[in-house]
Design a protein around this ligand. Structure first.
Ligand SMILES: C[S@@+](CC[C@H](N)C(=O)[O-])C[C@H]1O[C@@H](n2cnc3c(N)ncnc32)[C@H](O)[C@@H]1O
Length: 332
């Protein structure tokens, strides 16, 4: 239930827990919702005379941050299925998070039995994302990020890393998991200078992603596309290549692509894929050459295509190569 307090420019939407009308809520926030620091407001355009539904439906932009009490009833969302594992929640478990169910922990442990390095793979990918975004927002000067396959919010989410280097950075997150959507509304909030938006979409619909992201990002200026641990969800490699190409076609010269994904480079990695597939939750490992294929026509930054754990390691460290490869490429 939502209530309008105040009139005209001072109108504020106040959520009344716990009976939020989820149909309206989803209709409004199902895609392209925007998060900003602050309490729920209808920024300057609401009129209490429209009624609640009128306010929600009339406004293309609502700045909102879910208050912490909303988290308690996120689990009542009928789209969140606690009986089947989800890749976002399994990954959250492997990263040491708490936003997962027993079924996710079971699959996480089965994957760990098959490949004891799987949690290290998840952590290496987060480290790579952090490093790549720090480099792109800092030294390279990119101010727009499209992060596809966001995952559940954790430490150092893309907007936090980018806005640490450049507070005016604009970030669009994309995922298709309902729990990621629910948490993103609450937690993926922006610096006042920048903007953060969330698009609830399948990676296999890049045209929809681009249309929705264009509400926040200016595609006439360079954009960094980050796809970390997501393209293996696309069963057909040719289709995964086509998705990367269609996204890159939409961004101008000077844009970047950062990809990291699991590889079939050891028996234990292949075994973890078999376990995932058997669980009804398939993931498609690629060869390093196939990961390199996403960067066709791009100029790779140093050190090129390498195991993700070896991408610009911290000085004085000698990490082991894991079954996961990455690169960052610039569109010429
Ligand atoms: C392995 S997690 C990686 C999360 C994050 N990028 C990271 O590195 O920590 C994969 C993410 O992709 C999302 N995902 C899986 N299949 C997807 C699809 N077809 N479309 C959009 N997102 C998808 C999952 O919900 C999950 O959040």
């Amino acid at each position: 239930m939502l209530k309008v307090r105040g009139k005209g420019d001072k109108a504020v939407l106040v959520p009344l827990p716990p009976a939020v009308p989820r149909a309206i809520d989803r209709a409004r926030f199902g895609s392209g919702c925007r998060g900003r620091v602050g309490h729920p407001t209808v920024a300057g355009r609401a009129s209490s005379s429209l009624g609640i539904r009128g306010v929600w439906e009339a406004l293309p932009r609502i700045t909102v941050q879910r208050p912490p009490h909303r988290r308690a009833f996120l689990m009542t969302d009928p789209k969140i299925d606690a009986t089947r594992p989800s890749s976002a929640r399994v990954w959250n478990y492997l990263l040491g998070g708490k936003d997962n169910f027993a079924v996710d922990r079971e699959l996480g442990e089965a994957l760990r039995s098959a490949n004891p390095e799987i949690a290290a793979v998840a952590k290496a990918q987060r480290r790579f994302l952090n490093q790549a975004v720090t480099l792109l927002a800092g030294e390279v000067g990119i101010r727009q990020f499209l992060d596809i396959g966001t995952g559940l919010p954790t430490a150092d989410n893309t907007h936090e890393v980018a806005q640490r280097a450049a507070p005016e950075s604009r970030i669009v997150y994309v995922d298709n998991d309902p729990l990621v959507l629910a948490h993103a509304r609450a937690l993926l909030t922006s610096s006042p200078e920048g903007e953060t938006a969330y698009v609830d979409s399948d990676v296999e619909d890049p045209e929809r992603i681009l249309t929705e992201a264009a509400r926040t990002l200016d595609f006439s200026k360079p954009v960094a596309l980050t796809m970390i641990g997501i393209l293996g969800n696309v069963a057909d490699y040719a289709e995964a290549r086509s998705i990367a190409e269609r996204l890159l076609d939409a961004v101008p010269s000077g844009s970047y692509l950062a990809v990291s994904d699991g590889t079939s480079t050891s028996a234990r990695s292949v075994e973890s894929q078999r376990v995932a597939n058997q669980s009804g939750h398939p993931y498609n490992l690629r060869t390093p050459e196939e990961i390199g294929g996403y960067f066709q026509g791009l100029e790779l930054l140093e050190p090129g295509l390498v195991p993700t754990s070896l991408w610009r390691p911290a000085p004085g460290t000698a990490p082991a190569a894991l079954d996961v490869y990455c690169a960052v490429g610039r569109k010429p």
